[in-house]
Design a protein around this ligand. Structure first.
Ligand SMILES: [Zn+2]
Length: 106
């Protein structure tokens, strides 16, 4: 797992960090390295989860060639994340990243 330069982890909830360990394994299973592109900083469509330390964005771009992963790889990773993170996390495939957030329903 790598953290993109400039990403602020201050305030990230332990529940989210625990989830990122699972995300790392899912990425590894697909032969790619997890790159965390955002946690608490930046501007987000789904802002509240980031600002409360419950949301993270995961990169979907190959470091080798700078291109986005293919749609099938993105879909497989997203499905794996949903499966392994369980019901307390939301996983949303966005155009150029995967948003995950700790969002317990009760
Ligand atoms: Zn996000």
């Amino acid at each position: 797992m790598k953290i993109k330069r400039g990403v602020k982890i201050n305030g990230a909830k332990p529940e989210l960090l625990f989830g990122l360990l699972i995300c790392q394994r899912v990425y590894e299973e697909h032969g790619v390295e997890l790159r965390v592109t955002s946690i608490c900083e930046g501007r987000h469509k789904r802002a509240s989860a980031h600002y409360t330390g419950r949301g993270a964005d995961l990169g979907t771009k190959s470091e080798a060639n700078g291109q986005q992963y293919g749609q099938s790889l993105k879909a497989e990773i997203t499905a794996g994340l949903k499966e392994d993170l369980g019901s307390e996390f939301d996983v949303i495939l966005e155009r150029d990243h995967i948003h995950v957030e700790y969002d317990p329903k009760e």
